[in-house]
Ligand binder design. Structure first.
Ligand code: ZN
Length: 279
């Protein structure tokens, strides 16, 4: 009897250990993906500052844009360094933009969310790359109000290739998405007489390739909604002058992320409110 009990206990213990190991493994995996996301996000801030100016991404090494001093290793840790320095250069005390830690955090969080949202690795990698393109465009739009072709066009080709090669989307679905996304924003560009930039339309080539045609439309509707929700109070309060343009890519990113997370249920809800009620 004793032997039997000990055997059972041993087995239970084994199961418990296996369960702990699995949970532990998942936590480690999440932390690693988050850390890599932060590091890539940190690289995006460099992309956002240098690509629009046509500068090299590697040379010169990271330095303060105000006093030119080369940064120490401890000043290059994503998010943490910004917090430790309280958002100012250690030497000249000039401000380090808030968009740096936000972009770093956004990349880390989006990568971990993708890990849980997308079940298989090849597809996750395709989404990881897509978030990088989208957040890099957010970075350049925030720093210079532009999305360079050097980013949007190779970005679109890369995202298209990755989504098709990893079987995340079929090549036709992705192509339709890119066409519909670009077409819609190009039309708005023409109708708005250039107030909606051509850069946004080119960025929608990559977004369409990732989301497909329907969800690209949905993401743009949501982007416009967020733009109005946040832009109007800023305009009313006088923080943005009349006719002053504001970067739109951050709102596009919000729209795309919302579509990625809740695209299907929101679409169902919309149909329930409109079409089904009308029938
Ligand atoms: Zn400085």
């Amino acid at each position: 009897m004793y032997g039997c009990t000990s055997f059972l206990q041993g087995d239970e213990l084994g199961l418990q250990n296996a369960w702990t190991a699995v949970t532990y493994g998942f936590v480690v995996r999440d932390v690693l993906v988050f850390a890599y996301g932060l590091a890539f996000g940190s690289f995006l801030t460099v992309v956002g500052d240098r690509i629009p100016q046509g500068l090299s991404l590697i040379h010169p090494p990271s330095h303060c844009s105000a006093c030119g001093r080369r940064l120490h290793a401890w000043e290059l840790i994503p998010v943490f360094s910004w917090l430790a320095l309280r958002g100012r250069c250690h030497t000249c005390k000039s401000r380090i933009p808030l968009r740096y830690p936000i972009l770093e955090l956004a990349t880390g969080v989006l990568w971990v969310v993708t890990l849980h949202q997308v079940p298989i690795w090849p597809a996750r990698l395709a989404w990881f790359a897509f978030w990088l393109v989208l957040l890099a465009a957010t970075a350049t739009d925030l720093s210079t109000m532009r999305i360079p072709n050097l980013l949007s066009l190779p970005g679109a080709v890369g995202v298209y290739g990755l989504f098709v090669l990893t079987h995340t989307r079929t090549w036709t679905h992705s192509l339709w998405g890119a066409g519909v996304g670009f077409g819609l924003l190009f039309l708005i560009h023409l109708l708005s007489k250039g107030r909606m930039g051509l850069g946004d339309a080119k960025l929608y080539l990559a977004i369409g390739a990732a989301l497909g045609p329907w969800m690209s439309l949905e993401s743009f509707v949501l982007a416009s909604f967020f733009g109005t929700l946040i832009g109007l109070p800023l305009r009313w309060s006088g923080r943005i002058g009349a006719g002053q343009a504001i970067p739109f890519v951050p709102f596009i990113t919000l729209g795309v992320v919302t579509t990625f997370l809740w695209g299907q249920p929101l679409w169902q809800l919309y149909l329930q409110w409109t079409v089904y009620r009308a029938v």
